[in-house]
Ligand binder design. Structure first.
Ligand code: IPE
Ligand code: IPE
Ligand code: MG
Length: 243
């Protein structure tokens, strides 16, 4: 671990890392277990990744916890997932708070039960003045839905005269997304070998670097997070310009 840390350039850290935590089901099936077993194990990976994020003092991390499309999975799996989420929510978020990390939730949280919503709101309020980085949880999240929602809200403002057509630009549009006030994503990490975005942060990752690893999420640890950062630091980001 020490030799890995030595390879990290602290002057070239990403400002915002986003993680598509994928492969829980396959991890469990490989062991002859139910998919839920993989979801259970994934909590350790989440906590270790958060530790790595904090250790490097990266300002923002977004975790893709549950997509809008995930509601379409077999009823039993959805039920188990939500149950597991609910069971571990309080203790996990408490741990995050103890690390002085601020918590923000993006997505359609109204799709969750009242108790879950209240707990999320409680921790967003409780952690709002924390200063060791921001953890953004994408819950019941769909990037397309987010963009449509922003478009509708902007349209309403144009119709009622509080916003003029000329004032619709990148900055004002961004203010209508769930991620208002958050910076663009610099690095997307996806585990499990799949190489796709799956409706995640489409607007925010316009110029993000993509990092894919075959490691299944329940096996992902802090050292793997560091490897992704080291790889990111080898990239030449041009933003359409020339070097
Ligand atoms: C990621 O693992 C967790 C969620 C999407 C909730 P999966 O459940 O997608 O696991 P695989 O991709 O089927 O292995
Ligand atoms: C993306 O993983 C969503 C989360 C990690 C929460 P999925 O497993 O749902 O995505 P697909 O189906 O492989 O695109
Ligand atoms: Mg998957």
């Amino acid at each position: 671990m020490k030799s890995l840390l030595k390879k990290i350039d602290y002057n070239n850290l990403p400002n915002h890392v986003a993680v598509i935590m994928d492969g829980n089901g396959r991890w469990a099936e490989k062991r002859g277990k139910l998919r839920t077993f993989g979801h259970k194990e994934s909590i350790k990976s989440v906590m270790d990744t958060i530790n790595g994020f904090k250790e490097l003092e990266i300002p923002y991390i977004t975790l893709y916890v549950f997509s809008s499309e995930n509601w379409n999975r077999p009823k039993e799996e959805v039920k188990e997932l939500i149950l597991l989420f609910h069971k571990n929510l309080k203790s996990s978020l408490k741990e995050v708070h103890e690390k002085n990390i601020k918590i923000i939730v993006i997505g359609k949280i109204e799709n969750f039960s009242q108790v879950i919503q209240e707990e999320l709101i409680f921790f967003m309020k409780k952690t709002k003045n924390n200063t060791s980085g921001t953890l953004i949880l994408a819950l019941s999240y769909s990037a397309r839905e987010e963009i449509l929602r922003a478009t509708k809200n902007i349209s309403k403002k144009v119709l009622d005269g509080s916003l003029s057509l000329n004032n619709i630009n990148y900055t004002s549009f961004q203010k209508h997304l769930y991620t208002k006030n958050l910076p663009d994503v610099d690095l997307i990490i996806r585990t499990s070998g799949e190489q796709r975005i799956s409706n995640f942060l489409l607007w925010q990752s316009a110029y993000a670097e993509l990092y894919f690893t075959k490691i299944l999420w329940p096996d992902f640890r802090k050292k793997d997070f560091f490897e992704a950062i080291i790889d990111y630091q080898k990239r030449k980001r041009r933003f359409g310009n020339v070097e």
